[in-house]
Design a protein around this ligand. Structure first.
Ligand SMILES: NC(=O)c1ccc[n+]([C@@H]2O[C@H](COP(=O)([O-])OP(=O)(O)OC[C@H]3O[C@@H](n4cnc5c(N)ncnc54)[C@H](O)[C@@H]3O)[C@@H](O)[C@H]2O)c1
Length: 276
């Protein structure tokens, strides 16, 4: 878990949803290891503060307010980041929405809202960044159709909810299963260029996402605050939640040279919740 100073020295990393939670911890870890971090975040209340905090511990960090569900904004971000830093080395596709919704009551609006960010946003952000990563590769490497070493790293944040269909949040489950499939397909498409694409599945990491779920689910079931969350944690084999820093550590490893020979994989960082 220890920070490895200089491991990501000089790298340029876009982390979506980096204003809080897992994305913020990942941006902070990248900054501590020497990367320039682009905090790509929709919430203006947190985006500037997060970038300032990252700048304090490491290299220059850029606050970039963006809605990752909007493809024009994604394309603009890629071009602005290249204008500022000259390249993109790492993308962490972390921004995501979560909610519970009973199967029989799910509305088309609920379905579409989640897919727009969790699935469509992830794919088109990956595609736009991959185009830039490919453009950065020397022509000789492209013509050979094989690359020595890595020419870019992409980490997609899925969820153990993407490992099997969840009755109480099928739209979320589907969006996170899509992230795993997107990871596999894009890893194969980008392997000839030496671009690595992998995914991580957290289980329970206490962030605002879980505060909201606890309020909604605990409230609906007449439970006191925190009780629904506590019961969920009890179902984890380790009987404790994960931390945003543990997910960040995995992101840093996969983004570093140590991850050069890993692609197309999905890693559960989940206290033993899933065994696949
Ligand atoms: N916390 C967990 O236990 C857990 C478990 C499994 C998977 N995940 C996944 O991890 C990722 C991060 O979750 P978290 O727990 O840190 O959540 P969080 O709600 O604390 O943080 C998510 C961040 O993404 C931002 N965001 C949302 N929509 C966006 C958009 N359209 N464009 C740009 N930014 C946007 C939010 O403003 C927020 O800052 C999500 O993809 C989530 O599905 C989390």
């Amino acid at each position: 878990m220890a920070v490895v100073p200089g491991r990501l020295q000089g790298k340029v990393a876009i982390v979506t949803g980096a204003g809080r939670g897992i994305g913020q911890a990942t941006g902070m870890r990248f900054a501590q290891e020497g990367a320039h971090v682009v905090v790509a975040e929709i919430d203006r209340e947190v985006v500037f503060r997060a970038a300032e905090d990252m700048s304090r511990v490491g290299a220059e960090a850029l606050a970039y307010p963006i809605d990752i569900g909007d493809i024009d904004q994604i394309n603009q971000m890629v071009s602005d980041v290249v204008a500022r830093f000259g390249k993109i080395d790492i993308l962490v596709n972390n921004a995501g929405l979560s909610e519970k919704a009973a199967f029989l009551e799910m509305t088309p609006e609920q379905w579409d809202t989640l897919q727009r960010v969790n699935q469509r946003g992830v794919f088109f952000c990956l595609q736009a960044v991959a185009k830039q990563m490919v453009a950065q590769i020397p022509d000789a490497v492209k013509q050979a159709g094989r690359a020595e070493g890595s020419h870019g790293k992409v980490i997609n944040i899925s969820s153990i909810a993407g490992r099997r269909g969840r009755a109480d949040a099928l739209h979320y489950s589907v969006s996170k299963a899509a992230v795993i499939t997107i990871t596999q397909g894009s890893a194969m498409a980008l392997a000839p260029y030496g671009i690595n694409v992998n995914a991580i599945c957290p289980s329970v990491v206490p962030t605002r996402m879980w505060d909201n779920l606890d309020k909604a689910m605990g409230g609906a079931n007449g439970l006191p605050p925190g009780e629904w969350y506590r019961r969920r944690v009890e179902r984890i084999p380790f009987k404790r939640p994960g931390t945003a820093e543990q997910i960040a550590a995995m992101c840093a490893f996969l983004s570093s040279d140590e991850g050069d020979y890993i692609t197309g994989q999905t890693y559960n960082v989940d206290g033993g919740s899933e065994l696949n």
